[in-house]
Design a protein around this ligand. Structure first.
Ligand SMILES: [Zn+2]
Length: 410
Protein backbone atom coordinates (compact mmCIF):
# COMPACT_ATOMS: atom_id res chain seq x y z
CA UNK A 1 0.00 0.00 0.00
CA UNK A 2 2.69 2.41 -0.92
CA UNK A 3 5.24 1.89 1.85
CA UNK A 4 8.53 0.03 1.98
CA UNK A 5 10.95 -0.97 4.72
CA UNK A 6 14.09 1.03 4.33
CA UNK A 7 16.21 -0.24 7.14
CA UNK A 8 16.03 -2.71 10.01
CA UNK A 9 18.41 -2.06 12.90
CA UNK A 10 18.96 -3.89 16.13
CA UNK A 11 20.02 -1.61 18.95
CA UNK A 12 21.91 -3.13 21.81
CA UNK A 13 23.33 -2.17 25.15
CA UNK A 14 26.69 -3.80 25.92
CA UNK A 15 25.93 -6.72 23.63
CA UNK A 16 22.32 -7.23 24.76
CA UNK A 17 19.66 -6.31 22.17
CA UNK A 18 17.07 -3.93 23.63
CA UNK A 19 15.07 -2.92 20.57
CA UNK A 20 14.62 -3.41 16.86
CA UNK A 21 13.92 -0.36 14.73
CA UNK A 22 12.21 -0.77 11.39
CA UNK A 23 12.40 2.39 9.34
CA UNK A 24 9.59 2.78 6.85
CA UNK A 25 9.55 5.02 3.78
CA UNK A 26 6.90 5.96 1.25
CA UNK A 27 7.11 3.90 -1.92
CA UNK A 28 8.92 5.86 -4.62
CA UNK A 29 6.55 7.73 -6.85
CA UNK A 30 3.40 6.76 -4.95
CA UNK A 31 1.30 9.52 -3.54
CA UNK A 32 0.08 9.48 0.01
CA UNK A 33 -3.62 9.23 0.77
CA UNK A 34 -5.69 11.72 2.66
CA UNK A 35 -6.43 10.42 6.16
CA UNK A 36 -10.00 11.62 5.88
CA UNK A 37 -11.12 10.48 2.44
CA UNK A 38 -8.29 8.05 1.61
CA UNK A 39 -7.89 9.52 -1.87
CA UNK A 40 -4.37 10.17 -3.20
CA UNK A 41 -3.25 13.76 -2.86
CA UNK A 42 -0.08 15.76 -3.69
CA UNK A 43 2.51 16.20 -0.94
CA UNK A 44 2.73 19.34 1.19
CA UNK A 45 5.52 18.74 3.70
CA UNK A 46 6.94 16.17 6.07
CA UNK A 47 6.40 15.86 9.84
CA UNK A 48 9.18 14.77 12.19
CA UNK A 49 9.79 11.06 12.58
CA UNK A 50 7.51 9.18 14.98
CA UNK A 51 7.62 5.65 16.34
CA UNK A 52 4.96 2.98 16.78
CA UNK A 53 5.29 -0.16 18.82
CA UNK A 54 5.12 -3.25 16.64
CA UNK A 55 4.79 -6.97 17.52
CA UNK A 56 8.01 -8.05 19.28
CA UNK A 57 10.42 -10.05 17.10
CA UNK A 58 12.35 -12.79 18.92
CA UNK A 59 11.04 -11.31 22.12
CA UNK A 60 12.74 -7.97 21.45
CA UNK A 61 10.60 -4.79 21.51
CA UNK A 62 10.20 -3.65 17.92
CA UNK A 63 9.28 -0.22 16.52
CA UNK A 64 8.22 1.24 13.25
CA UNK A 65 9.85 4.59 12.53
CA UNK A 66 8.29 6.87 10.00
CA UNK A 67 8.04 10.56 9.24
CA UNK A 68 4.43 11.07 8.07
CA UNK A 69 3.77 13.31 5.09
CA UNK A 70 1.28 16.12 5.07
CA UNK A 71 -0.79 16.34 1.94
CA UNK A 72 -2.81 18.93 0.12
CA UNK A 73 -6.19 17.25 -0.31
CA UNK A 74 -8.55 18.96 -2.75
CA UNK A 75 -11.46 18.50 -0.36
CA UNK A 76 -9.85 18.56 3.07
CA UNK A 77 -6.97 20.98 2.74
CA UNK A 78 -3.65 20.25 4.43
CA UNK A 79 -3.97 16.92 6.23
CA UNK A 80 -1.73 14.21 7.63
CA UNK A 81 -1.59 11.20 5.34
CA UNK A 82 -3.44 7.96 5.96
CA UNK A 83 -1.22 5.49 7.82
CA UNK A 84 -2.37 1.89 7.36
CA UNK A 85 -0.70 0.46 10.47
CA UNK A 86 -2.12 2.88 13.01
CA UNK A 87 -5.03 5.21 13.59
CA UNK A 88 -2.56 8.01 14.11
CA UNK A 89 -3.60 8.72 17.71
CA UNK A 90 -1.86 5.88 19.50
CA UNK A 91 1.85 5.10 19.44
CA UNK A 92 1.07 1.40 18.95
CA UNK A 93 0.46 -0.37 15.63
CA UNK A 94 -2.83 -2.16 14.95
CA UNK A 95 -0.85 -5.38 14.67
CA UNK A 96 0.53 -4.94 18.18
CA UNK A 97 -2.85 -3.95 19.60
CA UNK A 98 -4.39 -7.10 18.13
CA UNK A 99 -1.50 -9.16 19.45
CA UNK A 100 -1.79 -7.75 22.98
CA UNK A 101 -5.57 -8.02 22.96
CA UNK A 102 -5.44 -11.71 22.05
CA UNK A 103 -2.92 -12.45 24.79
CA UNK A 104 -5.02 -10.49 27.27
CA UNK A 105 -7.67 -13.19 26.91
CA UNK A 106 -5.32 -15.82 28.26
CA UNK A 107 -3.26 -13.89 30.76
CA UNK A 108 -4.20 -11.14 33.15
CA UNK A 109 -3.51 -7.69 31.72
CA UNK A 110 -0.64 -7.18 34.09
CA UNK A 111 0.98 -10.45 33.02
CA UNK A 112 0.45 -9.57 29.38
CA UNK A 113 2.15 -6.21 29.86
CA UNK A 114 5.08 -7.81 31.65
CA UNK A 115 5.51 -10.62 29.10
CA UNK A 116 5.76 -8.20 26.18
CA UNK A 117 7.68 -5.38 27.86
CA UNK A 118 4.90 -2.88 27.67
CA UNK A 119 2.64 -1.00 30.06
CA UNK A 120 -0.66 -2.03 31.58
CA UNK A 121 -2.07 1.07 29.93
CA UNK A 122 -0.98 -0.16 26.48
CA UNK A 123 -2.75 -3.48 27.09
CA UNK A 124 -5.87 -1.68 28.26
CA UNK A 125 -5.91 0.59 25.20
CA UNK A 126 -5.40 -2.40 22.92
CA UNK A 127 -8.29 -4.34 24.42
CA UNK A 128 -10.42 -1.21 24.28
CA UNK A 129 -9.69 -0.73 20.59
CA UNK A 130 -10.34 -4.41 19.89
CA UNK A 131 -13.64 -4.38 21.80
CA UNK A 132 -14.87 -1.13 20.29
CA UNK A 133 -14.17 -2.47 16.83
CA UNK A 134 -15.99 -5.70 17.69
CA UNK A 135 -19.02 -3.95 19.18
CA UNK A 136 -19.23 -1.76 16.11
CA UNK A 137 -19.16 -4.74 13.75
CA UNK A 138 -21.17 -7.42 15.56
CA UNK A 139 -24.44 -8.77 14.17
CA UNK A 140 -27.48 -8.73 16.44
CA UNK A 141 -30.26 -9.66 14.03
CA UNK A 142 -30.43 -13.30 15.12
CA UNK A 143 -30.99 -12.63 18.81
CA UNK A 144 -34.22 -14.37 19.90
CA UNK A 145 -33.64 -15.27 23.56
CA UNK A 146 -31.96 -13.24 26.25
CA UNK A 147 -31.14 -13.86 29.88
CA UNK A 148 -30.95 -10.95 32.31
CA UNK A 149 -29.04 -11.23 35.53
CA UNK A 150 -27.33 -9.32 38.31
CA UNK A 151 -23.82 -10.10 39.41
CA UNK A 152 -21.97 -9.00 42.48
CA UNK A 153 -18.37 -7.87 42.04
CA UNK A 154 -15.61 -6.45 44.18
CA UNK A 155 -16.03 -5.95 47.90
CA UNK A 156 -19.00 -4.54 49.73
CA UNK A 157 -22.71 -4.30 49.14
CA UNK A 158 -23.03 -0.83 47.67
CA UNK A 159 -25.22 -0.31 44.61
CA UNK A 160 -22.06 0.07 42.52
CA UNK A 161 -20.96 -3.43 43.51
CA UNK A 162 -23.58 -4.94 41.23
CA UNK A 163 -23.61 -5.43 37.50
CA UNK A 164 -26.57 -5.99 35.26
CA UNK A 165 -25.79 -8.33 32.40
CA UNK A 166 -27.75 -9.25 29.31
CA UNK A 167 -26.82 -12.50 27.60
CA UNK A 168 -27.92 -14.02 24.38
CA UNK A 169 -28.96 -17.58 25.29
CA UNK A 170 -30.05 -19.00 21.96
CA UNK A 171 -28.84 -22.55 21.38
CA UNK A 172 -26.84 -21.41 18.34
CA UNK A 173 -25.17 -18.49 20.09
CA UNK A 174 -24.47 -17.77 23.72
CA UNK A 175 -22.64 -14.61 24.54
CA UNK A 176 -22.56 -11.47 26.60
CA UNK A 177 -24.53 -8.75 24.85
CA UNK A 178 -24.40 -5.96 27.37
CA UNK A 179 -23.08 -5.12 30.81
CA UNK A 180 -23.83 -2.09 32.98
CA UNK A 181 -23.18 -0.91 36.48
CA UNK A 182 -25.88 -1.34 39.20
CA UNK A 183 -29.03 -3.42 39.10
CA UNK A 184 -31.81 -0.88 38.96
CA UNK A 185 -34.64 -0.37 36.54
CA UNK A 186 -32.66 2.42 34.95
CA UNK A 187 -29.73 0.07 34.33
CA UNK A 188 -31.81 -2.53 32.54
CA UNK A 189 -33.62 0.13 30.54
CA UNK A 190 -30.25 1.46 29.45
CA UNK A 191 -29.20 -2.03 28.40
CA UNK A 192 -32.29 -2.68 26.31
CA UNK A 193 -31.89 0.71 24.69
CA UNK A 194 -28.28 -0.11 23.82
CA UNK A 195 -29.40 -3.29 22.06
CA UNK A 196 -31.74 -1.18 19.97
CA UNK A 197 -35.48 -1.35 19.27
CA UNK A 198 -35.13 -3.91 16.48
CA UNK A 199 -33.38 -6.44 18.67
CA UNK A 200 -35.94 -5.93 21.45
CA UNK A 201 -38.82 -6.32 18.99
CA UNK A 202 -37.36 -9.59 17.69
CA UNK A 203 -37.13 -11.25 21.12
CA UNK A 204 -39.18 -14.39 21.76
CA UNK A 205 -37.92 -15.44 25.18
CA UNK A 206 -36.61 -13.54 28.16
CA UNK A 207 -35.19 -15.37 31.11
CA UNK A 208 -34.57 -13.74 34.50
CA UNK A 209 -34.55 -14.02 38.24
CA UNK A 210 -37.39 -12.74 40.44
CA UNK A 211 -35.59 -9.45 41.04
CA UNK A 212 -38.41 -6.93 41.10
CA UNK A 213 -36.86 -4.00 39.19
CA UNK A 214 -36.08 -6.35 36.30
CA UNK A 215 -39.55 -7.90 36.28
CA UNK A 216 -41.13 -4.48 35.99
CA UNK A 217 -38.90 -3.30 33.17
CA UNK A 218 -39.24 -6.58 31.26
CA UNK A 219 -43.03 -6.50 31.54
CA UNK A 220 -43.09 -2.94 30.23
CA UNK A 221 -40.47 -3.18 27.49
CA UNK A 222 -40.43 -6.80 26.35
CA UNK A 223 -44.05 -7.74 27.05
CA UNK A 224 -44.39 -9.46 23.65
CA UNK A 225 -41.78 -12.11 24.52
CA UNK A 226 -42.44 -15.08 26.79
CA UNK A 227 -40.91 -14.24 30.15
CA UNK A 228 -39.50 -17.28 31.90
CA UNK A 229 -38.12 -17.49 35.42
CA UNK A 230 -34.80 -19.15 35.34
CA UNK A 231 -34.60 -22.62 36.84
CA UNK A 232 -31.10 -22.05 38.11
CA UNK A 233 -32.21 -19.00 40.12
CA UNK A 234 -35.08 -20.85 41.75
CA UNK A 235 -32.72 -23.64 42.76
CA UNK A 236 -30.43 -21.07 44.33
CA UNK A 237 -33.29 -19.44 46.27
CA UNK A 238 -34.18 -22.88 47.65
CA UNK A 239 -30.58 -23.56 48.56
CA UNK A 240 -30.27 -20.26 50.37
CA UNK A 241 -33.40 -21.07 52.37
CA UNK A 242 -32.03 -24.50 53.37
CA UNK A 243 -28.80 -22.86 54.43
CA UNK A 244 -30.60 -20.29 56.56
CA UNK A 245 -32.51 -23.06 58.34
CA UNK A 246 -29.28 -24.95 58.92
CA UNK A 247 -27.43 -21.96 60.32
CA UNK A 248 -30.25 -21.00 62.67
CA UNK A 249 -30.57 -24.58 63.86
CA UNK A 250 -26.85 -24.99 64.40
CA UNK A 251 -26.83 -21.93 66.66
CA UNK A 252 -29.84 -23.23 68.56
CA UNK A 253 -28.41 -26.72 69.06
CA UNK A 254 -24.98 -25.51 70.11
CA UNK A 255 -26.62 -23.55 72.87
CA UNK A 256 -28.50 -26.68 74.02
CA UNK A 257 -26.03 -29.55 73.62
CA UNK A 258 -22.85 -30.23 71.68
CA UNK A 259 -23.96 -33.75 70.74
CA UNK A 260 -27.11 -32.78 68.88
CA UNK A 261 -25.15 -30.19 66.91
CA UNK A 262 -22.85 -32.95 65.56
CA UNK A 263 -25.49 -33.90 62.99
CA UNK A 264 -25.11 -30.56 61.27
CA UNK A 265 -21.37 -30.24 61.33
CA UNK A 266 -19.65 -30.01 57.92
CA UNK A 267 -22.94 -30.65 56.19
CA UNK A 268 -23.23 -27.43 54.26
CA UNK A 269 -22.06 -28.72 50.86
CA UNK A 270 -23.94 -32.00 51.02
CA UNK A 271 -27.12 -30.12 51.77
CA UNK A 272 -26.66 -27.73 48.88
CA UNK A 273 -25.94 -30.38 46.29
CA UNK A 274 -28.60 -32.19 44.41
CA UNK A 275 -29.59 -35.24 46.50
CA UNK A 276 -28.74 -37.78 43.80
CA UNK A 277 -25.20 -36.40 43.65
CA UNK A 278 -24.36 -37.01 47.31
CA UNK A 279 -22.54 -40.33 47.63
CA UNK A 280 -20.30 -42.35 49.95
CA UNK A 281 -19.63 -41.14 53.47
CA UNK A 282 -21.34 -37.85 52.81
CA UNK A 283 -24.45 -39.85 51.92
CA UNK A 284 -24.32 -41.78 55.22
CA UNK A 285 -24.09 -38.54 57.15
CA UNK A 286 -26.93 -37.09 55.13
CA UNK A 287 -29.10 -40.16 55.81
CA UNK A 288 -28.39 -39.89 59.52
CA UNK A 289 -29.40 -36.26 59.42
CA UNK A 290 -32.61 -37.05 57.56
CA UNK A 291 -33.50 -39.67 60.18
CA UNK A 292 -32.96 -37.09 62.93
CA UNK A 293 -36.13 -35.10 62.14
CA UNK A 294 -34.24 -31.89 62.57
CA UNK A 295 -35.63 -28.77 60.92
CA UNK A 296 -32.70 -28.80 58.49
CA UNK A 297 -33.69 -32.27 57.35
CA UNK A 298 -37.25 -31.16 56.66
CA UNK A 299 -36.04 -28.09 54.76
CA UNK A 300 -33.71 -30.25 52.68
CA UNK A 301 -36.52 -32.63 51.82
CA UNK A 302 -38.73 -29.79 50.65
CA UNK A 303 -35.94 -28.57 48.42
CA UNK A 304 -35.43 -32.03 46.95
CA UNK A 305 -39.12 -32.59 46.34
CA UNK A 306 -39.30 -29.35 44.41
CA UNK A 307 -36.98 -30.70 41.74
CA UNK A 308 -39.89 -32.85 40.47
CA UNK A 309 -41.54 -29.65 39.33
CA UNK A 310 -39.21 -29.37 36.35
CA UNK A 311 -40.05 -32.81 35.01
CA UNK A 312 -43.70 -32.15 34.19
CA UNK A 313 -44.76 -31.94 30.59
CA UNK A 314 -48.14 -30.32 31.08
CA UNK A 315 -48.59 -26.82 32.42
CA UNK A 316 -51.70 -27.90 34.34
CA UNK A 317 -50.00 -30.72 36.19
CA UNK A 318 -47.01 -28.53 36.93
CA UNK A 319 -49.39 -25.92 38.34
CA UNK A 320 -51.02 -28.60 40.51
CA UNK A 321 -47.65 -29.68 41.83
CA UNK A 322 -46.69 -26.10 42.58
CA UNK A 323 -49.86 -25.66 44.69
CA UNK A 324 -49.15 -28.88 46.55
CA UNK A 325 -45.53 -27.94 47.23
CA UNK A 326 -46.34 -24.42 48.36
CA UNK A 327 -49.02 -25.54 50.81
CA UNK A 328 -46.62 -28.14 52.23
CA UNK A 329 -43.93 -25.51 52.62
CA UNK A 330 -46.41 -23.11 54.27
CA UNK A 331 -47.24 -25.77 56.87
CA UNK A 332 -43.56 -26.58 57.53
CA UNK A 333 -43.09 -23.91 60.22
CA UNK A 334 -39.75 -23.11 58.55
CA UNK A 335 -39.79 -19.39 57.90
CA UNK A 336 -37.14 -19.37 55.08
CA UNK A 337 -39.02 -22.13 53.21
CA UNK A 338 -42.30 -20.30 53.67
CA UNK A 339 -40.72 -17.22 52.21
CA UNK A 340 -39.70 -19.15 49.07
CA UNK A 341 -43.21 -20.59 48.81
CA UNK A 342 -44.76 -17.13 48.97
CA UNK A 343 -42.34 -15.88 46.35
CA UNK A 344 -43.07 -18.79 43.99
CA UNK A 345 -46.81 -18.37 44.45
CA UNK A 346 -46.74 -14.71 43.60
CA UNK A 347 -44.80 -15.46 40.41
CA UNK A 348 -46.77 -18.52 39.37
CA UNK A 349 -47.59 -17.43 35.79
CA UNK A 350 -43.95 -16.62 35.05
CA UNK A 351 -42.86 -19.91 36.60
CA UNK A 352 -45.28 -21.87 34.48
CA UNK A 353 -44.00 -20.12 31.36
CA UNK A 354 -41.04 -22.42 31.70
CA UNK A 355 -43.27 -25.24 30.47
CA UNK A 356 -44.62 -23.14 27.66
CA UNK A 357 -41.04 -22.51 26.49
CA UNK A 358 -39.95 -26.08 27.06
CA UNK A 359 -37.49 -27.44 24.54
CA UNK A 360 -36.62 -23.93 23.40
CA UNK A 361 -34.72 -22.80 26.47
CA UNK A 362 -32.32 -24.61 28.69
CA UNK A 363 -31.37 -23.39 32.12
CA UNK A 364 -27.67 -23.99 31.74
CA UNK A 365 -26.42 -20.98 29.81
CA UNK A 366 -27.13 -18.24 32.35
CA UNK A 367 -25.41 -20.18 35.09
CA UNK A 368 -22.46 -21.05 32.84
CA UNK A 369 -22.00 -17.45 31.68
CA UNK A 370 -22.28 -16.19 35.26
CA UNK A 371 -19.47 -18.49 36.31
CA UNK A 372 -17.28 -17.25 33.49
CA UNK A 373 -17.99 -13.66 34.47
CA UNK A 374 -16.84 -14.43 38.00
CA UNK A 375 -13.54 -15.75 36.67
CA UNK A 376 -12.96 -12.53 34.75
CA UNK A 377 -14.07 -10.15 37.51
CA UNK A 378 -11.76 -11.91 39.92
CA UNK A 379 -8.87 -11.84 37.49
CA UNK A 380 -9.35 -8.16 36.85
CA UNK A 381 -10.03 -7.29 40.45
CA UNK A 382 -6.70 -5.51 40.68
CA UNK A 383 -7.86 -3.03 38.03
CA UNK A 384 -10.38 -1.35 40.28
CA UNK A 385 -11.83 0.74 37.47
CA UNK A 386 -15.20 -0.39 36.29
CA UNK A 387 -14.49 0.53 32.68
CA UNK A 388 -11.49 -1.78 32.46
CA UNK A 389 -13.53 -4.68 33.79
CA UNK A 390 -16.32 -3.96 31.36
CA UNK A 391 -13.82 -4.14 28.49
CA UNK A 392 -12.45 -7.42 29.85
CA UNK A 393 -15.95 -8.91 30.00
CA UNK A 394 -16.87 -7.99 26.43
CA UNK A 395 -13.46 -9.16 25.32
CA UNK A 396 -13.72 -12.64 26.84
CA UNK A 397 -17.48 -13.34 26.70
CA UNK A 398 -18.84 -11.14 23.92
CA UNK A 399 -17.77 -13.40 21.02
CA UNK A 400 -17.02 -10.22 19.15
CA UNK A 401 -15.83 -10.21 15.56
CA UNK A 402 -12.14 -9.36 15.34
CA UNK A 403 -10.39 -6.80 13.20
CA UNK A 404 -8.26 -8.43 10.53
CA UNK A 405 -4.60 -8.45 11.21
CA UNK A 406 -3.57 -5.13 9.74
CA UNK A 407 -0.09 -5.83 8.59
CA UNK A 408 -0.76 -5.34 4.92
CA UNK A 409 1.13 -2.25 3.92
CA UNK A 410 4.08 -3.82 2.14
ZN1 LIG B 1 -9.41 14.22 1.66
Amino acid sequence: MGFVYREVRMLSDSGKPHSIDITVEPHMGMRGRCSRCQRPAPGYDRLPQRQWLFVPLWGIPTYFRYAPRRLQCADHGVVVEFIPWSDGKRPVTYAMMGFLALWARRLSWRETARAFHTSWEAVYRSVEWFVEWGLGHRQLDEVRSIGVDEIHWGRGQRADNYLTVIYQIDTYCRRLLWVGQRRSQATLRRGLKALGPEVVRGLRFVCSDMWKPYLQVLAAKVGHALHVLDRFHIASHLNQAVDQVRRAETTRLRAASQKAAQHLKHMRWSLLRRGSRVRGRARQKLNALLASKLATARAWELKEVFSHFWHYKSVIWAGGFLDYWCSRAMRSRLEPMKRVARMLRSHEPLLLNWFRAKGELSSGPVEGLNNKIRVVTRRSYGFRTYKAMEMALYHTLGRLPEPESTHKFC
